[in-house]
Design a protein around this ligand. Structure first.
Ligand code: K1U
Ligand code: ZN
Length: 174
C-alpha cells in the first residue's frame, strides 16, 4: 500500500496542466493503485494525479458508500486515463463540493448536470459514457484538477478569499 502526499493550496503544482498518457503501462497501473490507496486513506470520493504531484492525465473515483456484513467497506474503484469531456448539458446542477487539496472547506458549485466522457481504462481499452448526478460533478471536478483548475475558481472572489484565508490560518495553527 502506497499513500502519497496530497498537495494543498497554495502549492503551485495544483495549477499545472497535466500531460496526456501516451501508453497505458505497468507504471500507469502502479500510479492508479497508489492513487486509490491515497484516496481511500483520505476518505475522498475522487482524486486526480495532479493532486499527488504527478502531471499525467489520470483520475480515480469511487462513489460507493457503506460496509458489508463483516464491516468491510464496499468498494467500486473506477480509473480513468486521459478522461475527456466531449459534451456537457446546458442544464446546470449545484453541489456542495469539497476538495482533498482544500481541507475541510466546502462551497456550492454550479456545473453542467450531465456530461459525456471518453477515457481509457487500466488495460488501455477505450470507453465513452454519459454521466449524471454525483459522478458527473466529481468527474468534472477531477478533470478541472488535470487542467490546473480548483472548485474555488468557480465561486465568488469573496467566498474564495475567505476559504484561502481559513486554510492558511488552519495551517499556521497546526
Ligand atoms: O478531487 C478531490 O479533491 C476529491 C473530492 C472529490 C469531490 C467531492 C465532492 C464534489 C466533487 C468532487 C473529495 O472527495 S472531497 C471529500 C468529500 O467531499 C466527500 C468525501 C466522502 C463522501 C462525500 C464527499
Ligand atoms: Zn479536488
Amino acid at each position: 500500500m502506497t499513500v502519497m502526499t496530497i498537495l494543498e493550496i497554495p502549492d503551485s503544482g495544483l495549477r499545472e496542466v497535466a500531460e496526456p498518457v501516451a501508453h497505458v503501462t505497468d507504471e500507469t497501473r502502479t500510479l492508479i493503485d497508489s492513487m486509490f490507496d491515497t484516496m481511500y486513506a483520505a476518505r475522498g470520493i475522487g482524486l486526480a494525479a495532479t493532486q499527488v504531484g504527478v502531471h499525467s492525465r489520470v483520475v480515480v473515483i469511487d462513489l460507493q458508500e457503506g460496509e458489508d456484513e463483516d464491516g468491510k467497506p464496499v468498494r467500486d474503484p473506477k480509473a480513468f486515463v486521459n478522461p475527456e469531456l466531449v459534451w456537457q448539458s446546458e442544464e446546470l446542477s449545484r453541489y456542495n463540493e469539497g476538495c482533498l487539496s482544500i481541507p475541510e472547506q466546502y462551497a456550492e458549485v454550479e456545473r453542467p448536470a450531465r456530461c459525456r466522457v471518453t477515457w481509457l481504462d487500466r488495460d488501455g481499452a477505450a470507453h465513452e459514457e454519459e454521466m449524471d448526478g454525483l459522478l458527473a460533478t466529481c468527474m468534472q471536478h477531477e478533470i478541472d484538477h488535470l487542467n490546473g483548475v480548483l472548485f474555488i475558481d468557480h465561486i465568488s472572489r469573496l467566498k474564495r478569499d475567505m476559504i484561502v484565508k481559513k486554510v492558511a490560518k488552519a495551517r499556521r495553527a497546526a
